[in-house]
Structure formats: structure tokens, C-alpha cells
Design a protein around this ligand. Structure first.
Ligand code: NAI
Ligand code: MG
Length: 494
């Protein structure tokens, strides 16, 4: 392995059900591959419906009769803090797993993704003993109050682009709420999820509370979405699968779902911006994590006064964005895409853009001798109705477009079925505030991008989905409100 790192021993490759690592009922396994080379890293247990049934049974028992929902929120919080401490102690191994499987930068895993995951655990640990209902002033001779109770057994179906962060987006608030859960990581990124399950047990999370079933979407994922004994499902991934999950929930037990789906997020740069800063921000906003980011700023609108300068500088500096081995500390962009299908999808979009009449001014090709690397690519002459301006590419592809007035920028920014995030670059407070109010998206970043925090709710508008991850809002989807009413004294009409 490059960069002086020993190939780690892969410790956990089986399903984690009821506190133990077990083979799939069918005995089947599948390969997980290294996108630097396409080589197999290891085989992983392939969970299917029968395995999901076993995991749900364990979770039901843990929820219906076990300690986790019945202990105090403070006790749950203490265990979650221990879980976070254990992750800190294994950070190198965990960071290595996410780099190996999906080509994410090792340094970012270690300095950003995993620390943000442990912050989430600690944030929601602090929230666990602050979940409470209200006292109601009712009409009539009644005393009313509400209880907020954990919703039950929940299912988490997560994607591969941020294996660790997505795991804790879902697991941390669900643990705080007192739920038991079945997590299905994406088939491209199983290994860190299994490691987290192991650490959860070490921390004292009771058996059955946190189960991990690795496997594929149409089998293991679909079994979660349609399960009669799962009370809620949280999903992050494609719009297409989000729709299937909602349909499955509707056809089975009407479980509520929360969906964090794709995006086509605009970044709008006004004439008064500091161009150097804006170019850097834009490159990061669309090339970061190889563009495999749901909030990637895949539509960049630049006001006409600085458009030419902006484009020139963006092209001049694109070479500073280094593509290479994700374990190399100097690299900005790892092996492009996690698997062959995604890699080819991005290249197809680039070809489509060319055919539709957009012009490539940088990149546009695969690079590197082997593995799945794609050059950071910049398109100009992009029109609103082109496919590359409308569909989620999920690759390092910047589309530059021009606008004249703020009103035009607002209209263009909102001209999409998605509504996940948006960025605005301006020094003018009036413009910034008016843009923030006018754009239909769940997160608005002013003079910044990707500004996430445990306390800051995240989730889309429109076809980017519904339901929030992060922040106190996110606990609500794992809770249900019960009203309790007591008669205080007899009244004539009782
Ligand atoms: P996907 O939506 O198929 O996969 C996400 C998760 O859903 C995985 O765990 C997968 O196993 C599961 N899944 C797949 N089919 C399922 C089904 N029928 N029932 C239940 N679960 C199912 O996404 P995929 O195929 O990995 O990527 C396709 C595109 O989706 C990407 O190119 C990108 O545009 C978008 N995407 C968006 C993400 C986001 O962060 N919002 C994350 C991943 C992908
Ligand atoms: Mg898929």
C-alpha cells in the first residue's frame, strides 16, 4: 500500500445481530473493492430478508423488554459518550477503512468526518436527558400532559459517500431517543459500520439495540422499508430509491419515513465578491469528496461583471486541485468514484454536456493509470435546460452560468425540482438576506459552503426530501407524542 500505511487487518465482515457477529442465513458474501485499483479488499456477509427479520426480532426484544428505552436519558448519554471515546481511540483504523472502500481522503476522515461523528454522539448524549413533554392547560376539569416516547424499532438505510457521517446522522439521535435500530450501510461501504457496531457493544450499548445488516438495496434495504415491525425508516440516497422506500412504507405498516435525497444546489456569486475567495469556495463546493456530495454546488451562477475574470481564475487554479491516492496528504481528490457504475455515470454526463453544446474549459477525462479517477472538470456555455444543469451528476463537474440581476439569480436558483442547499457570495447584507429568504432550500450558506454542525438542522425541501438530520429537530422523528389526561373532579356533564 502506498504512503507507508500497512494494509489493515480487516476485523469485522459479518452481520452484527443481537450483539454478535454472524454469517448471513444464506451463507452468501459479496466483495468490497478498493477504488484505487478495483481490487477486492475483502468479502462481506450478504444479508437479505431473513437476516433483516432476525435483526428486527433482536431489536424488538431490546426495545419491548430491554433496558435501553427504560434507563434514564442520562445513563444513555453516559454510554454514548463512552462510545465516542472508544471511536477516538480507534480513529486511525476507522479512517483507513473509509479511505480503502470509497477513496475518501484519509486526512479528512481523521480530521473532519470521524471527529464530526463523535461530536454528534456527544451532542445527542447531552440531549438524551432533555427529552420531555409539556403540561397542558385544558378546558374542563382536566389535567393534561404529554410524554415523548421513543418511536420503537427504527431502520436506517445509508449511502456510501460519507459512510461514517451518515451512520451517525441517523444512529446518534435514535440512540438518544431510546430507540433500537437496524442499520443497512451501502454495499460499497460496509466495513466502518461493522466496526462501529463492535465499539457500541464495548461501550455498553445493550445487545439488540444497534444491529448492522450489510447487503444490497433491493434485498436487505427493501426488507427494512417494508417490514411490519419497524416503526420508522430514515434514508439518505437517491431520489429514485427514496420513492421506493416511501411506497414500501405506505404498502406495509404506514411507518413514517424521512428522506434525504439528491440535490442540484446553486452557488450564486455576486459582482462585489472577492474573486480569489469565491473561486476557491466554488472549487471546494463542487469538487470536494470528488463531487460525491448531496449538497455539491453543481450549478454555479456568477454575476456578469466578474464572470470572465472568475472563469479565467477558476481555470488557472484548477491544477492546484490535486487528484491522487487518498492516503497521500497532499491530495485533494481521491480515486474518483466508488464503483464502476458511478464512474461511468459521471463520464456519461460529461459526454452529454459536450453533446448538448456546453464547452469544457478544464478536465473532462479520466486520469491515473488505474483506478477510478476523473479530472476536475469545468463546463461553460451551460444553459438552464441542459441535462448537466438539471440532473445530479455526483462527480467533480462544475457548470458555470451567468446572471445579471438578483431577481434573475433567484429565479434560476429555484428552477429545479431539488431544494437541498444553496450558497451565496456577496458582501452586501441586503442581498444576502433577501437571497436567504427567497431560495427554496433547506440549508443556505452565505460566504461559506458545507458549514455543518451537530446543532444545525440539515435536510431538503421539494424533491430533496423531508425530515431533518442533526440538531434537536432530528430527535423528533425518533419520538412520538402521547397525551395523558386526568380528571381532576366531577363535573355535571361527566
Ligand atoms: P442508492 O439510493 O441506490 O443507495 C443508497 C442506499 O439505498 C444504499 O444503502 C442502497 O443499498 C440502498 N438501496 C438501494 N436500492 C434500495 C431499495 N430498493 N430499497 C431499499 N434500499 C435500497 O444510491 P446509489 O445507487 O448508490 O447512487 C445513485 C445516485 O444516487 C448517485 O449517483 C447520486 O446521484 C445519488 N446519491 C445521493 C446521495 C445523497 O447523499 N443524497 C448518496 C448516494 C447516492
Ligand atoms: Mg442504486
Amino acid at each position: 500500500m502506498a504512503w507507508g500505511l500497512k494494509m489493515p487487518e480487516i476485523k469485522f465482515t459479518k452481520l452484527f445481530i443481537n450483539g454478535s457477529f454472524v454469517d448471513a442465513v444464506s451463507g452468501k458474501t459479496f466483495a468490497t473493492t478498493d477504488p484505487r485499483s478495483g481490487e477486492v479488499i475483502t468479502m462481506v456477509a450478504e444479508g437479505e430478508k431473513d437476516d433483516v427479520d432476525l435483526a428486527v426480532k433482536a431489536a424488538r426484544e431490546a426495545f419491548d423488554h430491554g433496558q435501553w428505552p427504560r434507563m434514564s436519558g442520562f445513563q444513555r448519554g453516559q454510554i454514548m459518550i463512552k462510545f465516542a471515546d472508544l471511536i477516538d481511540q480507534h480513529i486511525e483504523e476507522l479512517a483507513t477503512l473509509d479511505s480503502l472502500e470509497v477513496g475518501k481522503l484519509f486526512s479528512h476522515n481523521k480530521l473532519a468526518d470521524i471527529p464530526s461523528a463523535t461530536r454528534m454522539l456527544r451532542y445527542f448524549a447531552g440531549a438524551a436527558d432533555k427529552i420531555h413533554g409539556e403540561t397542558l392547560k385544558m378546558g374542563g376539569p382536566f389535567h393534561g400532559y404529554t410524554l415523548k416516547e421513543p418511536i420503537g424499532v427504527v431502520g436506517h438505510i445509508i449511502p456510501w459517500n460519507f459512510p461514517t457521517v451518515m451512520f451517525f446522522f441517523k444512529v446518534s439521535p435514535a440512540l438518544a431517543a431510546g430507540c433500537a435500530m437496524v442499520v443497512k450501510p451501502a454495499e460499497q461501504s460496509s466495513l466502518s459500520a461493522l466496526y462501529y457496531a463492535f465499539l457500541a457493544k464495548q461501550a455498553g450499548i445493550p445487545d439488540g439495540v444497534l444491529n448492522v445488516v450489510t447487503g444490497f438495496g433491493p434485498t436487505a434495504g427493501a426488507a427494512i422499508a417494508s417490514h411490519m415491525d419497524i416503526n420508522q425508516v430514515s434514508f439518505t440516497g437517491s431520489t429514485e430509491v427514496g420513492r421506493l422506500i416511501m411506497e414500501a412504507a405506505a404498502r406495509s405498516n404506514l411507518k413514517p419515513v424521512s428522506l434525504e435525497l439528491g440535490g442540484k444546489s446553486p452557488l450564486i456569486i455576486f459582482d462585489d465578491a472577492d474573486i480569489n475567495m469565491a473561486v476557491k469556495l466554488a472549487q471546494r463546493a463542487v469538487f470536494y469528496n470528488k463531487g460525491e456530495v448531496c449538497v455539491a454546488a453543481s450549478r454555479i451562477y456568477v454575476q456578469e461583471g466578474i464572470y470572465d475574470d472568475f472563469m479565467k481564475k477558476a481555470v488557472e487554479t484548477v491544477g492546484d486541485w490535486i487528484v491522487g491516492d487518498p492516503f497521500d496528504p497532499h491530495v485533494h481528490q481521491g480515486p474518483q468514484v466508488v464503483d464502476k457504475e458511478q464512474f461511468e455515470k459521471v463520464l456519461r454526463y460529461i459526454e452529454h454536456g459536450k453533446r448538448e453544446g456546453a464547452t469544457i474549459v478544464a478536465g473532462g477525462k479520466p486520469c491515473g493509470e488505474n483506478g477510478y479517477y476523473i479530472e476536475p472538470t469545468i463546463f461553460v456555455d451551460v444553459k438552464e435546460d441542459m441535462v448537466i444543469a438539471k440532473e445530479e451528476i455526483f462527480g467533480p463537474v462544475m457548470s458555470l452560468m451567468k446572471f445579471k440581476t438578483m431577481e434573475e439569480a433567484i429565479e434560476k436558483a429555484n428552477n429545479t425540482r431539488y431544494g437541498l442547499a444553496a450558497g451565496v457570495v456577496t458582501k452586501n447584507l441586503d442581498i444576502a438576506n433577501r437571497m436567504a429568504r427567497s431560495i427554496h432550500a433547506g440549508s443556505i450558506w452565505i460566504n461559506c459552503y458545507f458549514a455543518f454542525d451537530s446543532d444545525c438542522p440539515f435536510g431538503g425541501f421539494k424533491m430533496s426530501g423531508f425530515g431533518k438530520d442533526l440538531g434537536m429537530h432530528s430527535i423528533e422523528k425518533y419520538l412520538q407524542v402521547k397525551s395523558v389526561v386526568t380528571r381532576l373532579h366531577d363535573s355535571p356533564w361527566l
